[in-house]
Design a protein around this ligand. Sequence first.
Ligand code: SDX
Length: 429
Amino acid sequence: MAEDKVTITDKKTGKTVEAPVVHGTMGPAGIDIRNLQKELGYFTYDPAFMATASCKSAITYIDGDAGILLYRGYPIEQLAKHSSYLEVCYLLLYGELPTPKEMEEFQSIIIDHTMVHEGLRRFYSGFRHDAHPMAIMVGVVGALSAFYHDSTDITDPRHREISAHRLIAKMPSIAADSYKYSIGQPFVYPRNDLGFVENFMRMMFAVPTNEFKAHPKSVKALELILILHADHEQNASTSTVRLASSSGANPFASVAAGIASLWGPAHGGANEAVIRMLEEIKDPKEIAKFIKRAKDKHDPFRLMGFGHRIYKSHDPRAVIIRQMCYDLLKELDTEDAPLFETALELEKVALADDYFIERQLYPNVDYYSGIILKAIGIPLNMFTVIFTMARTVGWIAQWMEMMEDEEQRIGRPRQIYTGHPRRNHPSEK
Ligand code: SDX
């Protein structure tokens, strides 16, 4: 990477400092400000890290203005068209698409790790029966570190790889179990003769009295949803996983922290919130009222599934998912077409409104994904769990990259203190 510099001058003292510029292969360069405090006595101030690069990464590239998303250089549109989710997992983890032999080996490793320790399944019984599956996911995934002591030496690359395989493989089982527990049905064991998505759907919907065979269109739709949600550079939950594990915490506990962050409605919880919003709107004639509320500063209501910190033209994932809605709703006999019509009309009205145009607010990945999930029978409170399942590979790939980055150490941001100056306790003599 080429190196050049910028000069920063403190007008008050006249002091100047030269800061090196760090270039990547694409996208904005960064000013290395690590010496700023020592040389000029200042911190940088960037609440919510709107303009801060926390690391160098070779995994995912986003161009928010052009609406571009690349996983290891491959456009998301091409991966969506040609790859399976496990192939994308391999790509994100190892940096290259697998050869057929590598794919076969990877597939069999993942299949061998799909079962969870029986003790872990007893863990669920501590939750209230109506616990939100995301609450169960946070607890159970964190508990994995109590069961897999044989792969928590994070300094050992082989341990890191085994943990990565375990997390990718076990997430569908843990996710399906969290759903089964919430509806009081017995857990269903994974089967090694089924594909990754088919296996998950069977664990979700099979019951002892009835086998379950997923509709091929549903399997394809869910596979696509998983691919589109697999990674997204330094989003809130990925940054949480990186920060948590920067202290040396094991990957299971760090991914549990990422799940907690993803659950928020401003992040992965938005897909569930979008459906609730569309159901609340009910009739497209009500749309104007909701648009008015979304624009009202005094109303906390936001158009869920709209807006993005980085995408200021369009979220390429939303474009793919919208097309998938058209295709799937035609194929499946589902009563969700009106929901899709409302979503299309709401998007049309919002994108013609100055408020949304001026703020560059477009549908994001969560806007249409819920319609797909609902159409294939995934219950609403499992939508963010599906996002969790998909993003596990992104979190763990970013974790592995961080563990091999010699520039990385424990993350410890500073602050601008705005509290009281030193003062004595009233009882102090
Ligand atoms: C994901 O970071 C990632 O990569 C995340 C993600 C991933 O793959 O990991 O892409 C997944 O989390 C997608 C986002 C899902 N969240 C939602 O759909 C929730 C609704 N959207 C917003 O809350 C919001 O748009 C965010 C959180 C997504 C982005 O927020 P920012 O970048 O902090 O923008 P902001 O809140 O400062 O908004 C800028 C302006 C504000 O108005 P003004 O103060 O300038 O007048 O736009 C307004 C906001 O009020 N605004 C909205 C809005 N989103 C922003 N107004 C109405 N409805 C909205 N949805």
